[in-house]
Ligand binder design. Sequence first.
Ligand code: URA
Length: 440
Amino acid sequence: MRMYDLIEKKKRGGALSREEIHQMISGFVSGEIPDYQMAAMLMAICFQGMNPEETAYLTEEMADSGDRADLSAIPGVKADKHSTGGVGDKTTLIAGPIAASCGVRVAKMSGRGLGHTGGTLDKLESIPGFQTSVSRERFFEIVRQTGIAVIGQTGNMVPADKKLYALRDVTATVDSIPLIASSIMSKKLAAGSDCIVLDVKTGSGAFMKTLEDSLALAREMVDIGTRAGRRCCALITDMDVPLGHAIGNALEVKEAVEVLQGRGPEDLTQVSLQLAACMLFLAGKGSREACLAQAEKALEDGSGLRTLAAMTEAQGGDAGCIREPERLGQAPYCREVRALKSGWIVHMDAEACGIASMILGAGRARKEDTVDPLAGMILKRKYGEYVQAGDVLAKLHSSDPSRFPEAEAKTAAAFVIGTEQPPQRKLIYALVSDAGIDRF
Ligand code: URA
């Protein structure tokens, strides 16, 4: 096999065989295939696409490029949950403990935030003492003990994705559905769970800005998971508006605790319950209705909250911060952003809210940046509300006051105020499973 011939084949719209994809991925990871040839292939894939078999082969080859987690030492059905990335998205901290408290095992490997989106590891590390790096044995022990553990990626998992993603990032080849689907699903397959629930975000703060693109990505990922023998489904959820009110690490942990105490924002509560119900359904815990009822009960009776506290303690964190989230602390400086005129909030730029939070210190512009656990913002008003000129729209938090001017301007511009009451937005647009698409 010559890489030149494979590039030529894909450029003309041909389908690559499993063997050809195997040679290409192993050659690229070993360094035999240079970046310039892989870059040409990635661009050919962007233009010509891949059929479902090719995408599934590519995903398996990527998953096989390094270590795969073997979770068989943990008894019971293991369910994973993945979000394509959003602003204020702290659903893992809610849906994970709820599902675990209903008897599903959640052995989760999460990532860090980059750009305008947050990452679960950064949120958990805002709890004093919380360890996201533990040995494999300890990880399994915590899942057996509490039902859930959330750690960073261990070992040498999916090196093909690390190399490919770095190349896509600098060659304008990120936005290809087969490449995104194979990148995400190779990590999910390598992480080893039996069931995979995908939360595909759609809207201004999401990777996929349109519903049609979000549906296409969800279908592709569910197809890959199903072909690989995993139980898999995707919810398409709104990210045109940030989820909940809190953006930023400790602020989001506090809000997740409020949801688990039954007094959190409605949008965040509903999406988290639906995700937890999907995890339970895939794990065989009953009908969709019965699984939703179990998730609601775990919220009402406090068992989800107790599970989050138990996981926190087992991972070295101060579980007192879960019982009394004020103990997480408060940034030393705050500023309020106020409405300049009266009217309805007709649009919110969720991505701009995420970028403003990043500027305040809550996120990273580059991978090497460090985060300020207390930085971020609380949205006081959201899409669809009527505001008077001078009302507070958001409260910004930071440990570095020099960051306020830029973040204030970005936040103010994220709110569009108009004269007409805007239509209500949907929170969940569709459920995608191997049976097809159910639109809500
Ligand atoms: N997230 C990933 O992990 N991979 C992509 O290609 C895009 C988003």
